[in-house]
Design a protein around this ligand. Sequence first.
Ligand code: HEM
Length: 562
Amino acid sequence: MTSLVEEAQVPSYNTRLIFYPLLLLASSIWILYRWQQKSRLHTLAEKLPGPPVIPFVGNALLVLKKNPTQLVEFALKFAEQFGNVIRIWLGSNLIVFLTDPNDVEVILNSNVHIDKSTEYKFFKPWLGEGLLISTGDKWRSHRKMIAPTFHINILKSFVSVFNQNSKNVVDKMKGEMGKVFDVHDYMSGVTVDILLETAMGITRKTQDESGFDYAMAVMKMCDIIHQRQYKLWLRFDALFNRTSFFEQQKKLLSTIHGLTTKVIKNKKETYLENKSKGFIPPTLEELTKSTDDNVLANNDKSLSEDVFKGYRDDLDFNDENDIGEKKRLAFLDLMIESAQNGTNNISDEEIKEEVDTIMFEGHDTTAAGSSFVLCLLGVHKDIQARVYDELYEIFGDSDRPATFADTLRMKYLERVILESLRMYPPVPIIARKLNRDVKIATNNYVLPAGCTVVVGTLKMHRNPQYYKNPNVFNPDNFLPENTSSRHYYSYIPFSAGPRSCVGRKYAILKLKVLLSTVLRNYKVNSDVTEAEFQLQADIILKRTDGFRLQIEPRQRVPSTVA
Ligand code: HEM
C-alpha cells in the first residue's frame, strides 16, 4: 500500500513540477499576445480589411502548401474578395497589399518611403548593397552615379550589340523549326549575352565561363530566394543554413560572383595599362553631352516617353545625340573610369555589387518580357500581322540591322510591348518597408510604421476602372488618346517615382531590336490559348507550363499578300 501511495505521490509531485512552469509560460505568452494586440501596429492594422487572424501564426496557413501557380490564383481571388487594401499577418509581420493607383502613388512617389522590405534581404548574399536593395545615402549617391550610365546616348551605342546578338539567337532558333519549344531558354540566353557585353563589356568569345551556366545560376538563385519569401521557416537564417538550399546557394553564388569578380579585375588592369600608355576612354560627361543640332523633334520621340512621363524619376529623355560606335563603353567601364578619375567615390566591391545587380535586374525581367510578347503574338495572329506590316514598311524585304531611328518608327510594336507588360508585368509585386505612418487615399486608412507594403502590379494593371476590357490583350490601350487621361500609377511595370527601374529605356530599346529581328525572320504560333497560360508567382512572373512556341520561316511580304 505504502508503495502505492508513494507511487501515486510521485506523479502528482512531477505534474506540479511541470504544470506550474507551463502555466507560467502560457500566461506570459498570453500577456505578450494581448500586449502585442494593443500595440500601435495592431491597433491600426485592425482597421484594415483582411481575413481573420490566428494568434501567433497570423494568416500564414493561407499560403501553406500552395504551389506558385496556386499562389497567383489565390492572390487574385483574395483581391476580389477584400478590395484594394488588404491586411495579412505572416507571424508577427504585418503586410498590407495595395492595388489602388492613388494609394500606390502615395508610397512610390515619396522620397521617404524608399526602403525595401525585409524580404529583399534574401538577395543580400548575392547583390550585397547594390542599387536594388541599398537605402539611405548609399542608395542616393549610387543612383546618382548609375542613372546617367543609362543615358540615351549610351544606349544608342548599344544598338549594334542588340542587333548582333538578336541575329545570333535567330540563327540558333532555326533548329526548333516545326517543334513546340520553350522560347524563354533562347530569350534568357540572348539577354545574358547582351548584358555581358553592355554591362561588363565581354562577349561570348572573350569569356571563358559560359553565359549559359551564369543564366542557369541566376534562375536557380531566383527560385531559392522566392521559396524563402513565402516558406515561413526558410526565412530564418538558422534554419535555412541547415537545408540543402544553402549548399546550392553557395555553389550558385560562386559561379555568379566568380564571373563578375574576374571581369572587374581584368577590366581594371586593362584600364590602368591603357592609362599608362596614354589611352584614356571618354568620360561619362563627354559621352552624354547633348548638342543642339541633334535634339530630336517631339514627334520623333518614342511612345513610352509619354506613357512614363508622370513617373517623376531621374531618367531624362530630353537630350539626344549620337555618340557613335567607336565610343561604346559598357556600364562597368564607365564605373571604373569614374572611380579612377575621381568623379565618383566607389570601391571595387561596390562596383561588383552594382554589376551583379544590373546583371540580375536586366536579365530575367527582359527574358520574361520578350517571351510573353512572342507567346501573345503567337496567340493573337491579327496583331502579329499588324506588327509585321509595320516592320515591312520600315525594312521592306531587306535583312539590314535596325537603327535607333528605325526603333522610333516601331510604334505599333511598342504598343504591343507596353500592353504585354500591362497584362504580364515581369515584376508582379513591389514591396517597401514603412518607417513612418502613412495615410493613404482609400478611406484615409493609416498604414503603420513597421509594416510591409506590397504593391500588386499584376492586379492593378487589370483594373476595369482604367482599362475597358482589362483581361483582353489590346495594344490600343496605349494609343495616345487612351493613355493621356489615365492615372499614371495605374501602369507601373517599371515601378515609378525615385526608385523606378533605372533600366527602363534600355529594356524598351532592347526589346524593340530583339523582337523586331525575330519577327522579321519567323512567324510565331502558340499551341495553347491565352486562357491556358499558367502564371507562376515568382520574383519574376513566368509560366509554369513554359513559354511554348512554334516558329516557321517568314515570307518577307506584307500580311495582305501572304
Ligand atoms: C522589361 C524589363 C524590366 C522590368 C519590367 C523592370 C522592372 C523593374 C521594377 C518594377 C523595379 C523596381 C523594383 C522594386 O522596387 O522592387 C526595377 C528596378 C531596377 N531595375 Fe528594372 N526592369 C526591367 C529591366 C531592367 C534592365 C534591363 C536593367 C538594367 C540593365 C534594370 C535595372 C534595374 C535596377 C538597377 C533597379 C533598381 C533601381 C533602384 O532601386 O534605384 N531593369 N526594375
